[in-house]
Each structure stands twice: as C-alpha cells, then as structure tokens.
Write a protein that binds this ligand. Structure first.
Ligand SMILES: [Zn+2]
Ligand SMILES: [Zn+2]
Length: 259
C-alpha cells in the first residue's frame, strides 16, 4: 500500500492547486491512502494558515472529494497543528478528524523555517536552538494531543546543523514520543530544501528504529506535483532501518499496513 498523509490546500495561503488536482495527482501516483492535513488555524502568524471560520468548509471539501473518489482512492481528513505554547486551541483539537499531525515551526515567535526570517540564525547559538527545538518536540509528545510528529528535524531546513550529535539533543524527545505512542513521519520535503535530505536524518532514524517507533509517510505537498516526489528514496530509506509497515489512521485510530 502506498500512503501519503501530509498534504496542504490553498486555504493555508502558501499552497497552490485545487483539491481535485491534488487527488488526481495522487491517483496518477498510485496512492492508496491520501490524507489532507492543512495548516490548522491559530491566533499567531495568521497569514500562513486557514481562518477558524474556514475549518467547516475545509472539512466539507475534503469529505466531498472523499466521497467522489471513494472507488479509486481512500481520502482522509486531518490537520497539521502547530505546537506553540499559549496558542493551542481547543476548537481545533476537538474536530472530528482521522488524525492530527503535531509540528513545531516556531521557537518563541520566530518562524525558523520561513525564508523571510532566515537572518535570525546569525543571532543564535546553533546548538542552543536545536536543543530548544527538541525540547518543544518533547513537550508536544508529552501533551498527548497528536498522532503524528511532523518533519521531526525541521530545524535543519536551511542547513544550519548542530555541532553536537543530534542523537544526544533529540534523545529525550524520542523517548517521550515512544511513551506517548506517537508515529513519526518520513517526509521528503527536506530534499526540496537547502537541507537536501528527508526528515528525519539517518542518524535520528537509527534512534527512532532502536526505539521501535512506528512511521508514516507524508509528502508535505504544497502543490499537486509534490505528491509522490522521491517516494522510492524514502521507502528505501525506511526499509534500510528494518521497517516494513507504516501507520495510517481512521477516526484517530491507528492501523499498521505494509508498504
Ligand atoms: Zn505549509
Ligand atoms: Zn509543517
């Protein structure tokens, strides 16, 4: 089975293509299970996400294509939710969805993966921001609110890498993810970015496999042609760590299937 659980829509204001175009591209790529997981609303950095009053229409649109294409592809409804202390909104968490991806895109008010704010790296101690990032991932796991960890080492997006071994930096976060029974996404979007590698790195993946944490796949598409990008590479990558199964969800319930 081929799954892709991380896909955006134009409602986030930084993606392109109609939802039907995403679905048709997914069908052309022989995807069996395709999840829309657009950026959930939040009262912070509101330009890069849907509004609260758009959630209902977003969900209706997903359910419409789910029904329309039900004979060809299985479509899931989800959100990618920012884990940012003080901004986590109950009204998002209680939506009736198949799964929630939890992601860290901000350290304090710094959107560190946004090219607009790349200059801020010059003012930071790299090892320190990596530790703060993984502390946030650890808190996210401990919150117990989400099913999947999105792009677990996003901090590397512009290739500002820590001097310290990332496995030491991430160890507590990985343990918390295991304890919270979460899934970690293998996401090829980093291959399209200056990082030039999938999330997670091989070093982290070793730690993830050691802890026997389930994985899922998500292309993080922001346009239809991103769907299926580098799929064989990330499947082979996962297999090289002994993985044969990946996770999918229905009504927040996890299933493991062969890939
Ligand atoms: Zn996005
Ligand atoms: Zn993200």
């Amino acid at each position: 089975m081929i799954i892709d659980l991380h896909n955006h829509t134009t409602r986030c204001n930084h993606a392109s293509g109609t939802m039907e175009a995403y679905v048709q591209h997914a069908i052309a790529q022989n995807i069996d299970i395709f999840g829309f997981s657009d950026h959930a609303p939040m009262r912070f950095d509101e330009a890069y996400r849907m509004r609260f009053d758009e959630m209902e229409d977003y969900e209706k649109d997903v359910l419409y294509v789910k029904k329309k294409y039900a004979d060809t592809i299985s479509i899931l409804l989800a959100y990618e939710v920012d884990f940012l202390e003080g901004y986590i909104d109950e009204s998002v968490l209680k939506r009736d969805v198949d799964y929630l991806i939890g992601s860290v895109h901000y350290l304090g008010n710094w959107g560190f993966d946004n090219p607009e704010f790349i200059g801020e790296y010059q003012n930071q101690n790299i090892d320190e921001i990596w530790q703060r990032y993984f502390d946030a991932i650890e808190s996210m796991a401990k919150s117990g609110l989400f099913d999947i960890v999105g792009h677990i080492d996003l901090m590397k997006v512009f290739n500002f890498l820590p001097h310290k071994d990332v496995r030491l930096i991430a160890h507590h976060a990985i343990k918390a993810i295991k304890k919270a029974n979460m899934v970690i996404e293998i996401n090829p979007a980093g291959l399209r970015k200056p990082a030039l590698e999938q999330y997670p790195s091989a070093g982290l993946m070793e730690l993830i496999a050691e802890h026997d944490i389930p994985i899922s796949f998500g292309s993080d598409s922001h346009e239809p042609t991103h769907i299926g990008f580098s799929r064989e590479i990330i499947h082979d990558f996962a297999r090289s760590f002994g993985y044969k199964k990946c996770a999918t969800f229905q009504n927040r319930e996890r299933m493991l299937i062969n890939f």
